[in-house]
Ligand binder design. Structure first.
Ligand code: UGA
Length: 458
């Protein structure tokens, strides 16, 4: 069976697994998505994606209709169905340290393995510490008959929230760590739909076939590089602030060097989300364990620079409002502040480790009367931080504010009219935490404008 057009299961239908399951059904594969969360499964099976991702709802409904896509909570069903099983569960930061918690990986493998009755390939997609594939192999061999010859491969993914469908269907590369030619062929068959799509569009998808350890490292190395690039430009923002220089122009100028490039070179309030922050910490922890801690010591500094961006917004707000500095930081004494943005980036409802929300919380703790508005992240923000005040719209958030902080660069904020907004606030002061507004236009509309890593405009 299998090899020509293997049947695929995706274990874990969170952000990663749901997107992959839906997109691979779209490519023509027979797909089964599994999750232990029956509510999530019922939601997906009912045609609704339980998170915000452009274009995914339509693809879900289309492929449920085609009959190629189904969902289950039964490992036995998954084992009977699949030739290739993708592990797509989360690997959050541990509660007791910086390393990754592999509890969900272990649970998915011990859930599936006992039901396997024929040779199959288990492909890890989750972001994991180097050495995990080998550990998964041991678990597999403890829980199913070694004579079946079940194998393990690792194939990291690089999808970005907000672009997930495009990133899965048209990946920048496919990376896979395997131990045998059979595994390599199975992985090829399981991705052939991607290669065929590329060929039909006159593209090629670069493929890197390697060993387990390299494949595992590719993922964390890529995220460490991206995090470092952002912290680099944020460090330059700190220097620019001290030197009365402008980091946006500096970034533009250095980015013209193709070896540097403009992407991921935006200074602001730093990176957040479910990946970069936890991945650089887990990478350091793992490097320490395997005796390479010194090599990644700089990632600690990358993390610190990133954390400093969040306090920078709060200090800038205090500076702008002339708040007295108490022993525990500034005292905002009830000042009404609009916080525009809660998600870690636009076009997402994800608030995990979001700098915008963290800054809102700090401002509120320091005594400000904070009113938060976000186009998509309100429900998640309210659940995580019920102590904050939320506004139903941009206009409601800025009403009577003495300071307006734009902390996530949603289009709704970027295109907001400073003249119109200016009539709603009590005082026209804006902090542009993402350097995403046209400062000149805001200043012309009578606002005092503060960006990150640049001098004030008024
Ligand atoms: C990130 C990586 O970009 C993906 O390649 C990777 O697959 C993914 O993590 C993952 O490990 O699953 P994502 O977390 O969706 O993707 O978000 P990014 O678009 O990378 O943004 C991360 C954060 O960096 C955001 O808070 C964003 O505002 C910030 N950022 C980004 C900056 O502050 N400046 C920039 O120039 C770029």
């Amino acid at each position: 069976s299998g090899a020509a057009r293997p049947r695929l299961t995706f274990l874990g239908t969170g952000y990663l697994g749901a997107t992959y399951a839906i997109c691979f059904a779209e490519l023509g594969y027979e797909v089964l998505g599994l999750d232990v969360d029956a509510v999530k499964i019922a939601t997906l099976a009912g045609g609704t994606v339980p998170f915000h991702e452009p274009g995914l709802d339509e693809l879900l409904r289309k492929n449920l209709g085609s009959g190629r896509l189904r969902f289950t909570t039964s490992y036995q069903e998954a084992a009977d169905f699949g030739d290739v099983h993708f592990i797509c569960v989360g690997t959050p930061q541990r509660h007791d340290g910086l390393g990754a918690d592999l509890g969900y990986v272990e649970a998915s493998v011990t859930g599936l393995a006992p039901y396997l009755t024929r040779k199959a390939l288990i492909v890890g997609k989750s972001t994991v510490p180097v050495g995990t594939a080998q550990w998964v192999e041991q678990i597999v061999h403890r829980h199913c008959d070694p004579a079946l010859g079940v194998e393990v491969a690792w194939s990291p993914e690089f999808l970005q929230e907000g672009y997930a469908v495009e990133d899965v269907l048209r990946p920048s590369r496919v990376v896979v760590g395997v131990r045998s030619d059979w595994a390599s062929r199975m992985v090829y068959s399981a991705h052939k739909g991607l290669f065929d799509l590329a060929a039909s569009e006159d593209r090629e998808v670069p493929v890197v076939v390697t060993d387990h350890a390299t494949a595992e490292l590719v993922k964390v190395a890529a995220n460490a590089y991206l995090a470092t690039k952002i912290s680099f430009i944020n460090a330059m923002a700190e220097v620019c602030e001290a030197a009365d220089a402008d980091v946006t122009q500096l970034s533009q100028a250095i980015g013209y060097d193709p070896r540097i490039g403009h992407r991921f070179l935006q200074a602001g309030i730093g990176f957040g989300g479910g990946c970069l922050p936890k991945d650089i910490r887990a990478f350091q922890a793992r490097a320490q364990e395997i005796g390479a801690g010194e090599a990644l010591r700089f990632l600690h500094e990358v993390d610190l620079i990133n954390q400093r961006r969040r306090s920078r917004v709060v200090n800038l707000a205090a500076e702008e409002l002339g708040c007295p500095a108490g022993p525990a930081g500034p005292d905002f004494a009830g000042a009404r502040i609009a916080v525009l943005g809660a998600t870690f980036k636009p076009d997402s409802d994800d608030i995990r480790d979001a700098p915008a929300l963290a800054a809102a919380v700090s401002l509120a703790r320091a005594g400000a009367d904070v009113h938060v508005y976000d186009p998509e992240g309100m429900a998640n923000a309210k659940t995580a931080h019920p102590e904050l005040s939320y506004a139903a719209s941009l206009d409601e958030a800025v009403q009577d504010a003495v300071l307006t902080c734009v902390l996530t660069e949603w289009a709704e904020f970027r295109t907001a009219d400073p003249v119109r907004i200016g009539a709603l606030v009590r005082e026209r002061r804006v902090i542009d935490g993402r350097n995403c507004l046209d400062g000149g236009a805001w200043a012309a509309a009578g606002w005092r404008y503060r960006g990150m890593g640049r001098t004030a405009l008024a």
